[in-house]
Design a protein around this ligand. Structure first.
Ligand SMILES: [Zn+2]
Ligand SMILES: [Zn+2]
Length: 154
């Protein structure tokens, strides 16, 4: 009596399904722990195809695309949204408005934040210096010049 041989052994089918479930779980765990990990990286890590990773992510209802990195706001460090180049908001942009001036000691051009410049002016600084070194040299020059001026007068 001839018996029909199944096309595929049932146990084989089961292990194949188990294997698939295992990979899917692994991808899910990976993606949840590292949301920024691109599908290509997951594929490399598990040595499976990128398409397979994508299918698994779709099946798990997880995003297949990683949000591109637009960098951080130059003022507050917030992650930037698409379309923003350097600042997260107009408030941050106005804070980071730079002013350039020439150092009163060495004459080098230097750019500082508008807020920093304003604060120095508010404090009544007559001179603007490019560095702490120039500032201390500048102060020293001023002290040195004053007595000399008195001497020349007398
Ligand atoms: Zn900001
Ligand atoms: Zn200087």
């Amino acid at each position: 009596m001839a018996t029909q041989t199944p096309i595929m052994d049932s146990t084989e089918v089961k292990s194949e399904r188990k294997e698939r479930g295992y990979t899917r779980n692994l991808i899910r765990t990976l993606k949840l722990n590292q949301p920024d990990m691109p599908a290509v990286e997951i594929a490399k890590l598990l040595s499976i195809s990128k398409e397979r990773v994508r299918q698994c992510l779709v099946a798990e209802g997880l995003p297949t695309r990683v949000r591109p990195d637009y960098g951080e706001c130059e003022v507050c460090g917030t992650a930037l949204k698409a379309g923003r180049k350097a600042y997260c908001s107009t408030a941050c942009r106005s804070i980071d408005c730079r002013v350039s001036f020439r150092c009163d000691y060495c004459g080098q051009a230097k750019a500082v934040l508008q807020s920093v410049y304003n604060a120095q002016k508010r404090r009544g600084y007559k001179y603007m210096y490019c560095s702490h070194q120039c500032r201390s040299f500048g102060k020293w020059e001023a002290i040195k010049l004053q007595p000399r001026m008195i001497v020349s007068v007398s």
